[in-house]
Ligand binder design. Sequence first.
Ligand SMILES: NC(=O)c1ccc[n+]([C@@H]2O[C@H](COP(=O)([O-])OP(=O)(O)OC[C@H]3O[C@@H](n4cnc5c(N)ncnc54)[C@H](OP(=O)(O)O)[C@@H]3O)[C@@H](O)[C@H]2O)c1
Length: 379
Amino acid sequence: MKKIIINGANGYIASNFINQLLKENYKVIALVRGSKKISADERMFKVLSEINDEEYISNDKLTVHSYSLDEYNFGMPQEQLQDIFNGEFDYYHFAASLKYDRKSKNEIFGTNIDGLKNSLGVYTEHANASSRFFFISTAYSCGKMDGLFEEKFYDNADISAFRNYYEQSKRYAENIIKNHIEEKGLNAHIIRLSQVVGDNNSGITKTDYGIFDFAKRMYSLSHRYPNETVRIKVDPEATQNLIPINLVVGYLMRTVIIKEVPQIMNFTSKNAIKNRHILQSVAKLMPINIVPVENLKKAEMSPLERLVSVGMSFTGSYININLQFETKNTDLLIAGNGFSKHYSLETEEQSIFDMLAYFVGNLPAPRGSKTTRKNEATV
Ligand SMILES: NC(=O)c1ccc[n+]([C@@H]2O[C@H](COP(=O)([O-])OP(=O)(O)OC[C@H]3O[C@@H](n4cnc5c(N)ncnc54)[C@H](OP(=O)(O)O)[C@@H]3O)[C@@H](O)[C@H]2O)c1
């Protein structure tokens, strides 16, 4: 059985993927940043324990290496690299900065572009005829385009074509891979994810990204200022494309199993969830009334509404969009093996509510909290 080499291995998506690979007896090499306080090995063990409700026991199929994405040869001696990259393997590049703010531009570009170039350098040095390079990108590398985002390469564009540097960095990174494919014959694939949420069977949600970050902020405010009504600048009919982690892992496992994988795949949900439903779900779970108002002006906001608005500086740019993603190639990846009998390709409103309920239910009670959680809808 080939081995799977993964960087950014302790991250949310990679660690869930690794968990499944180990269940299916694959040999996995995990590349993780270590620190003085906690080793790479401990970090990986901790995250796998969290996924398995503290019941994870170390597995001899998993080897963890501490690496440095921005150093030549990952800062590793040649013998260690030869040991990692020998035999038949696939390589998955997950590591990325998911920051959005302008002042993190250098970090975003350093990690998502220079880090990728370094990773490609190490990979090409050691790849053999059967190895494949999988780059984890984002469906939001579409930027501010209208219409269908196809499973093809798009040209680099100025920052004005994107919502933030994260999106732009991923577009640039995809085109670096495109050049390696065209000029060096790199055997590479691009996987673009939309917003990855929790598990749509169990509701278990261990990410605080996107809508969960929003829920966390609202939770904290709702306990400081209970039972207030806040208006937020949101189009209730606009949508979020939310893809459950178990479906993402299912797709990733197909990329491991299938020999001829399409070059670019949009791993996105077949349907999108309206903001109205997300806001109603959040309001059901905490003592707050949320009223979406499409054209709310800053000058008209109460002090509390301004606080909410500042906290939404990231989510805000994703709140009034209705994106369309092509999934023809992803459909090919799962064709003919009964995949859709095991996984729902559409994200249900109820499962998003269940994930939010799990997430909010596991948030620590805010300090000095005067309230309990609310069970009834108020919006
Ligand atoms: N989550 C989503 O909804 C979503 C949506 C679209 C695309 N994606 C893509 O999916 C991939 C994984 O995302 P995720 O949600 O699993 O993110 P995550 O949990 O934040 O994991 C990111 C990983 O990248 C590593 N990393 C960040 N900066 C690094 C650096 N300078 N050097 C080495 N490693 C570094 C992190 O290591 P440390 O723990 O050491 O920081 C971590 O292992 C990313 O490429 C992301 O762009 C995610």
